[in-house]
Design a protein around this ligand. Structure first.
Ligand code: TXE
Length: 491
């Protein structure tokens, strides 16, 4: 609506969720939230600071007194209710995730929302099967170990898999009997906002889950440095992880960090090439390459390098890039304009470093009208770079993959391990012995053999080197979100 040259437009305001109520931020300020596929502001997000975080921590501390005593069966019932409500609101959540992040709606439907449901179901049922270890000290004493919740968990999540990663933290935190204050990414607040309403609808008591929106520098840091938050679970960039440690360390918080990756994808000549190529297309470009587990460095045995690269480039060119809301779209928009510029900067750097762009590297020219101003980049394949080049060393986090030939398993292992990251890797071969040997030698928290992103929620998940600290997943998550207390009874 326009009037006298002034443009009025009302957009939704995303408020904080504290003590079971939606509340405006103390500052009264809001951050614009942009749909990256259109460049349009679609909502405004509470720009919270320490006062809001403090109010959320107080609410969580109060709620903890009764939540920690709530029987596991009742906690389980409430978490299952949340899972059911996410399922009932499946379509809306998938749409919101796609609009907020730029990802294809097909991916949100296939991955993000189903995984959010699963996260709640998995931990809701896991707590019903937890065991209490005991140790007999000959005939002198009986030891048994209680696992008790810590209190208020601080949960900081990123923008690439907003609902998926937020629920990966909230579900185990509250299943274990903690209350929490979650800080979603300021770039993608919409599904967190919807989840807050569903949590209230499910009957989870006020204060058990609190969500504070805002920037990392203000709201995030207020959480990592809050003295009454004894535990931080963080997923995000490695640089930000260092800042989290700087603030949480002196307060001796329990910290779990899931950080960046520069994951190798090693293809031996004896691999099933059809499968290796089809899956490598996914591992390179799914979610526009904005998944910490994406394989951004492809190493291919020299004997098949030419054939592999030809077929891989061919398949890359066929990827359908376009309006994320279209069911057939395979590659959507990058999350923000600054992020697009960062990724484009790496394409330019690759050329300076002597790399050859085999395909992609540009903003696509033939986008539909609705998304013409969005932050799109063609899926890009780069060859000819040495492993020590910056493009081969730094996390780009976009639809950009490098391809490099290797001659022996030893070379492949050395190349794979040549970065400061160690999150995940894929190895493609039909030789079982080689698969085991190479997988054991690669420095990363997860190694997939002849597959990618196949996740069993029971297994330990996390990174080596600068990809993180600690492991979550299965009972590992429940261990992280509880404190062990040994009780020794003299017999
Ligand atoms: O993430 P940030 P950014 C990588 C990727 C990307 C880079 C930077 O390479 O290009 O990180 O992305 C909150 N104290 N990954 O800057 O800043 C922030 O508000 C406390 C990998 O967008 O790490 C958000 O909620 N919190 C990754 C969350 O941290 C702070 C996913 C993550 O944002 C904070 C995303 C602070 N000082 C990016 N500063 C993965 N591992 O999956 C920011 N935050």
């Amino acid at each position: 609506m326009t009037g006298g040259g002034i443009r009025f437009r009302t957009v939704k305001r995303v408020l904080n969720f504290i003590d079971g109520q939606f509340r405006p931020p103390c500052s009264g300020r809001y951050l614009p939230n942009v749909n990256p596929a259109t460049g349009q502001v679609i909502s405004e997000t509470a720009d919270s600071g320490p006062e809001d975080v403090d109010a959320a921590v107080s609410a969580a501390s109060r709620a903890f007194e009764s939540w920690k005593k709530t029987p596991a069966e009742e906690r389980s019932r409430l978490l299952l209710k949340v899972a059911g409500l996410i399922e009932e609101n499946f379509d809306e959540l998938a749409r919101l995730e796609s609009e907020d992040n730029g990802k294809p709606i097909s991916l949100a439907r296939r991955m993000d929302v189903p995984r959010a449901v699963l996260n709640f179901r998995f931990f809701a049922t896991a707590i019903l099967h937890a065991e209490t270890p005991s140790h007999m000290t000959d005939d002198r004493a009986l030891n048994y170990t209680l696992r008790q919740p810590l209190g208020v968990a601080g949960l900081i999540s990123p923008w690439n898999l907003p609902l998926y990663l937020l629920t990966w933290k909230i579900a185990p935190a509250i299943a274990a009997g903690n209350c929490c204050v979650a800080k979603p990414s300021e770039l993608t607040p919409l599904t967190a906002d919807r989840l807050a309403a569903l949590i209230a609808d499910a009957g989870v008591p006020p204060g058990v889950v609190n969500i504070v929106h805002g920037t990392g520098a203000a709201a995030g840091r207020a959480l990592t440095s809050h003295p009454k938050v004894p535990l931080i679970s963080f997923t995000g960039g490695t640089k930000t992880g260092a800042d989290v440690m700087t603030h949480a360390g002196p307060l001796f918080k329990k910290v779990s960090l899931e950080l960046g990756g520069k994951n190798p994808n090693v293809v031996f000549a004896d691999a099933d090439l059809d499968q290796a190529i089809a899956t490598s297309i996914q591992s390179s470009f799914a979610n526009q390459g904005e998944i910490c587990l994406c394989g951004s460095r492809l190493f291919v045995e020299r004997k098949i390098y030419g054939e592999f690269v030809d077929r891989f480039v061919e398949a890359t060119k066929k990827l359908r890039i376009g309006d994320p809301q279209e069911a057939s779209t395979e590659v959507g928009a990058l999350v923000s304009e600054p992020h697009l510029r960062k990724v484009e900067g790496y394409v330019a750097l690759a050329k300076e470093e002597g790399g050859e762009i085999l395909t992609g590297g540009n903003r696509p020219g033939n986008l539909p009208e609705r998304v013409r101003d969005g932050y799109f980049l063609e899926p890009t394949v780069i060859a000819g770079l040495d492993c020590n080049r910056r493009v081969m060393q730094e996390e780009i986090f976009g639809p950009v993959v490098t391809v490099t030939p290797f001659d022996s398993p030893e070379d492949a292992i050395a190349y794979a391990n040549s970065t400061r990251y160690g999150l995940s890797a894929s190895v493609w071969t039909r030789d079982l012995q080689k698969a085991h040997r190479v997988a054991a030698a690669i420095d990363s928290g997860t190694v997939w053999v002849n597959t990618w992103l196949l996740r069993d929620l029971r297994v330990p998940f996390g990174g080596m080197k600068e990809s993180g600290v600690g492991r979550e997943g299965g009972f590992g998550s429940l261990e992280f979100f509880t404190e062990a207390k040994n009780i020794c009874v003299k017999l």
